[in-house]
Structure formats: C-alpha cells, structure tokens
Design a protein around this ligand. Structure first.
Ligand code: NAD
Ligand code: DAU
Length: 344
C-alpha cells in the first residue's frame, strides 16, 4: 500500500511501481486533500495491478479496513501535510496527519503483520535535521533539530517509526530527502509557483533576500531512490537522499527566468523584472544540504539527470499541461494565494 499516492511525489512512486512491478497489487490510499489529485494518475487508473482507496490515515477504521480488505503486506508511507508555510499558519493539521496518522499506520501494521516478511518504508525529509550554516552536509547521524511546525511533525513521525522498530521489532526503513521538483508539483512550492507566475506575468515573491539555500532533486530520482531503499535497504536503517545540487533561491529563480524567457520567446531579462522581494518566512531555515554517500555506496543509487535537464523538462511539462494547472489553481488556491501573499 502506498499512502499519499495522489500527491506530487506519491503519484510518481505509484506510476513507477505500477509499471515496473506487474505482479504487485499497488493500493493507493489517499484522502485527496487540496494536494491530492487523481488527474495525476489518469494514465494508469485502469491498470490491472492498481487500486485507489479514498481514506484518511488518521482514521483507525479507514486504515484497518484497507489492511484487512487488501491483506496489505508492505507500506510505503508518503501521505502528509507537506507545505512549511501552511504549517506556520496552522500546525494542528500537521500534528494530526503527520504524527497521529503515522502512528495509526504503524499500529495497524503491527497488528496485522504477525508473521511473514514485510516492510514499512517511511518517507521523510531533510528538514528534520534543522538548518546548516555555510558549510557542512546532513548525514544520517546528524542530530535532529526541527525548527518549523512541519519539520517538528515529520521529526516526531520519524521518532515513532524508529520506536516501533526498537520496541516491537516492526520491519521499518526510512528515507530523508531534500527538495523535489518535477511535473505535477502543486504551485504553492517555489519552482511551480514561479513558473506559474512567470507565465501569468505576476510578481515573483522571493522571501527575504533570497539567500536561503536548498538542494534540489528531480522527483523521478526520488522515486527511484524509494524503490531502491524499499527493496534493498536494511531494516531499521535510514538513508539520506539528495541531489548534490545546492542553489541559493535568488540564483535559482533568475536561472528559471532565463529558461522561461527562451521558452516563451521573451527577450532575455524580461521575466527577471517580475522578481519582488517580500517579507521573509518566519523561522526560515538558511541552508539544507544532503550527504547521500550511504545510499550511493551501500545501494548504488545516484541521480540520473542534471538539474538543467530536469528543470527544462519540468518547464516544458507545465507549458504543455496548462489544463492541469488551470484546474489546481482555480477555487481554493486563489484564497490560499491571497492569504499568503497579499500583504507580504
Ligand atoms: P503533497 O502535499 O504533494 O501530497 C501529499 C498527499 O498526501 C496528497 O495526495 C494528500 O491528499 C495526501 N494526504 C494528506 N493528508 C492525508 C491523510 N490524512 N490521509 C491520507 N492521505 C493524505 O506531498 P509531497 O510533496 O508529494 O510529499 C510526499 C511525502 O514526501 C511527504 O511525507 C513529505 O513530507 C515528503 N517529502 C517531500 C519533499 C518535497 O520536496 N516535496 C521532500 C522530502 C520529503
Ligand atoms: O527539504 C525538503 C522539503 O522541501 C520538504 O520536506 C517539504 O515538504 C517541501 O515543501 C520543501 O520545503 P521548502 O520549504 O524548502 O520548500 P518551498 O518550495 O516551500 O520553498 C523553497 C525555498 O523557497 C525556501 O527557502 C522558501 C523559498 N520561497 C518559497 C516560496 C513558496 C520563496 O522565496 N518564495 C515562495 O513563494
């Protein structure tokens, strides 16, 4: 069972598993919040080895029913509230889904997996390690130091996952990944939001001075890392996943603007004029950077494409899928955008 399979990363993981493992029955368990969208999976919805179940990981009844009905043998857990800015506005949804929902899944796995071989793969984030200065990389041994309500909720869920391993022997694996980008990314996150605003000639809101640094990984490479860790990683271990691809936000936005100028046939520098520095995010972590050596050395995983190629493909996808963008940005998105950016 894959939870959160209708979201950004989850839909790429579901698609990969449905295509690569015809003998598995892939159950996509998702509540379909604002971030979940079955349009993301239109191309595989009729596949023989695929089932969609609408359910809430917080509900004991929903999760128990899915475990029993489908005799769930393994879990890849991606369902979460994932956006840091939303967690600053309202942390409770993050506590419910990310903490309570994860414990509910662990509990059902523990009760249903009395015998046989199983894996509970928990998908987490590099944000649990806190914020780096100019130097250094997050390793699996870096102490946890979460600083936003989002990262605090993910850190808490990680601790519960490891607690179920140590206390009950539940066969868990964990991965902590850096920032993803790619197709089907909801335009609340930096890259799809900037693409959407450039297309619509709207201001490009860069928080603070734009000096914060993130490590960007193509979403399909994250999906392949999950596949590798799920199948070959060691039980009870966590693996960092990253792109060795650090960008200051302002440099990334400028680079994206140049690419968009080319794609839209605008004169070079035109999109950049839309950049607007706005009030910083509260408690904005300065820098994230991942050391993925363990994953590379132990399991042979590496990112498959360069950032330049991945970003160009991503821009092309957004320009060729304006209907998808139109659908996800109508309705509630407008209220979210107004609330988040109008007096920033
Ligand atoms: P997303 O917000 O795009 O999708 C989340 C999905 O979870 C949606 O389909 C939503 O409907 C579903 N969901 C939310 N609450 C639920 C609930 N209570 N019950 C069932 N389903 C629910 O998230 P994403 O960016 O795809 O992230 C997926 C996972 O990867 C998360 O756990 C996130 O913390 C982690 N992660 C994300 C990134 C990133 O850059 N986006 C990086 C590292 C780790
Ligand atoms: O590091 C992994 C994490 O990456 C994941 O765990 C989270 O689920 C995911 O949302 C992402 O978190 P970030 O906060 O890093 O991503 P976001 O796209 O929101 O922001 C990236 C950077 O861009 C960050 O420094 C804030 C800045 N930013 C973001 C937005 C939305 C802006 O300057 N302007 C914006 O409008």
């Amino acid at each position: 069972m894959i939870t959160g399979g209708a979201g950004f990363i989850g839909s790429h993981v579901v698609r990969l598993f449905v295509a690569k493992y015809p003998d598995y029955r892939i159950i996509n368990f998702d509540k379909l919040t604002y971030a979940g969208n079955l349009e993301n999976l239109k191309d595989i919805e009729n596949a023989d080895n695929y089932v969609f179940v609408k359910g809430d990981i917080v509900s004991v009844e929903d999760v128990k029913k899915a475990f029993e009905k489908y005799e769930v043998t393994d879990v890849i857990h991606l369902a979460a509230e994932s956006h840091v800015d939303r967690s600053i506005e309202g942390p409770m949804d993050f506590v419910m889904t990310n903490v309570v929902g994860t414990v509910n899944l662990l509990q059902q796995a523990k009760e249903n997996w009395k015998e046989g071989e199983h894996v509970f793969h928990h998908v987490s984030t590099d944000e649990v390690y806190g914020s780096l200065g100019e130097e250094g990389l997050f390793k699996e041994t870096t102490p946890y130091d979460p600083r936003s309500p989002y990262s605090a909720s993910k850190a808490s869920s990680d601790h519960f996952v490891m607690a179920f391993y140590h206390t009950y022997g539940l066969p868990v694996k964990m991965s902590n990944c850096s920032n993803n980008y790619g197709s089907h990314h909801f335009p609340e996150k930096l890259i799809p939001l900037m693409i959407h605003n450039v297309v619509n000639n709207k201001p490009l809101p860069v928080y603070g001075k734009g000096e914060n640094v993130r490590d960007w990984l193509w979403v399909n490479d994250h999906a392949s890392a999950i596949d590798t860790i799920f199948h070959s990683g060691r039980i009870g271990e966590s693996y960092n996943v990253g792109g060795l691809n650090e960008w200051k936000n302002i440099d990334l936005v400028k680079f994206l603007c140049q690419l968009m100028d080319q794609k839209l046939g605008r004169s070079l520098g035109e999109s950049e004029k839309l950049i607007t520095y706005v009030k910083d995010r509260k408690g904005h972590d300065l820098r994230y950077a991942i050391d993925a050596t363990k994953l590379e050395k132990e399991l042979g995983w590496k990112p498959s494409i360069t950032f330049e190629k991945g970003l160009e493909d991503t821009v092309d996808w957004y320009l060729n899928n304006s209907e998808w963008v139109e659908k996800v940005t109508s309705g509630a998105y407008k209220d979210y955008y107004e609330n988040m950016y109008s007096d920033r």
